[in-house]
Design a binder for this molecule. Structure first.
Ligand SMILES: NC(=O)c1ccc[n+]([C@@H]2O[C@H](COP(=O)([O-])OP(=O)(O)OC[C@H]3O[C@@H](n4cnc5c(N)ncnc54)[C@H](OP(=O)(O)O)[C@@H]3O)[C@@H](O)[C@H]2O)c1
Length: 337
């Protein structure tokens, strides 16, 4: 395998900062957590498998022996689990400076549409709605510290557009379509969060990232099964990122300076070296977008990349936010009934 070596993002000193990373029990999330810990951040890692989480803590402590890392339980595909985590964090008033919404699934190779215990299409809930519920439940706490929210997208979000009449792929399902739709919903939410924060003076800043193509993570076997031709597989292997490289865009997003809202659609945004807290009560901030800078953005060093304009559409963002709120309200009513 001949992939470019990871060029590490130079992180500022994050001692005294706390970062929560979803999906840190495997793949890219492990490397995001390791990167943040190596810069001195304390970590909150919500996982659905504590054994895997414990192994990750061991890995983190091999490079950062003094790292303060706490495991929490989180299954994004169960809203009760999301609510329980948010309630515990709120009750403890746990300080959160950086939140990386990285967990994700893509059920490639499985033609069947899956529905969560809450009744939502599984990609839609795991990748988007669960993260929406977690973030919005923590808003007051996130405002207190002027937190940075990093939202992990995918190249698939570049071409996906929400089908407003079929957001959860009930009429037409393919795993890739459902995955793309969930990441598009997540991207719309990210931009809307940034707009609301700017309008209301919340001090929360938002940055987007995508890891490129990462052939060696948990979702890789499904990807490989889909790539029947050796040529496609070879391309992903040659051009794609290792998990360590793939973590770099999210790490860069975690510490990049926020750009003014007016620059939202202006293309490439500059990355700086300050911590998430720098955006607090500062100028309104539109999300930047960080991804691999190599061929087709499959791999290579992390850099600021052109945002997917469609995801910055304010009307679509507000609409997605309102839909998510209603889905959560209706679900809560159904549980209470
Ligand atoms: N790999 C790629 O080529 C690629 C490309 C574009 C974007 N991405 C995005 O990058 C992110 C990380 O992907 P990856 O490649 O690192 O995949 P991965 O190795 O499969 O890791 C996914 C992580 O998400 C967690 N997760 C999955 N379902 C969850 C749930 N219901 N509740 C809580 N956590 C859950 C997994 O937990 P378990 O350990 O319990 O399974 C794991 O920690 C995802 O958002 C993915 O969409 C990946």
């Amino acid at each position: 395998m001949s992939r470019t070596r990871a060029s590490q993002v130079a992180l500022p000193d994050l001692r005294g900062r706390t970062a929560l990373v979803t999906g840190a029990s495997d793949g890219v999330g492990v490397e995001i957590a390791r990167g943040l810990a190596s810069a001195g951040a304390d970590l909150v890692l919500p996982v659905r498998n504590r054994e895997k989480g414990a192994r990750v803590i061991d890995m983190i402590r091999t490079d950062s022996p003094d790292a303060a890392v706490g495991l929490r339980d989180l299954d994004l595909s169960r809203l009760a689990s999301v609510d329980a985590l948010a309630a515990a964090i709120r009750a403890e008033r746990a300080p959160l400076d950086i939140v990386v919404l990285n967990a994700g699934i893509v059920l490639l190779g499985d033609p069947e549409r899956h529905v969560s215990a809450d009744g939502f299409e599984l990609h839609f809930q795991t990748n988007f709605l669960g993260h929406f519920a977690l973030t919005t439940s923590l808003l007051p706490l996130l405002q207190e510290r002027g937190a940075r929210i990093v939202v992990q997208l995918s190249l698939a979000a570049a071409i996906a557009r929400p089908d407003w009449n079929d957001l959860q792929s009930e009429r037409r399902y393919s795993p890739l379509r459902a995955y793309g739709a969930s990441k598009a919903a997540l991207g719309l939410f990210a931009h809307e969060l940034a707009r609301r924060s700017a309008a209301e003076g919340w001090g929360i800043t938002v940055q987007l990232s995508h890891p490129g193509v990462v052939p060696d993570t948990g979702i890789a076997p499904a990807l490989r099964a889909r790539q029947r031709s050796g040529a496609a597989r070879g391309l992903a292997q040659r051009l794609g990122n290792t998990p360590a490289q793939a973590a770099q865009p999210a790490l860069r997003a975690a510490v990049a300076d926020a750009a003014p809202v007016a620059a939202a659609d202006a293309g490439t945004l500059a990355a700086g070296g300050s911590s998430g807290r720098s955006g607090r009560r500062g100028p309104a901030a539109a999300p930047g977008f960080f991804g691999p800078s190599g061929l087709m953005h499959f791999g290579g060093p992390a850099d600021a990349v052109r945002p997917y304009r469609r995801l910055a559409d304010p009307a679509a963002g507000a609409r997605m936010w309102a839909i998510a709120e209603k889905l959560l309200r209706d679900r809560a009513d159904a549980v209470r009934a």
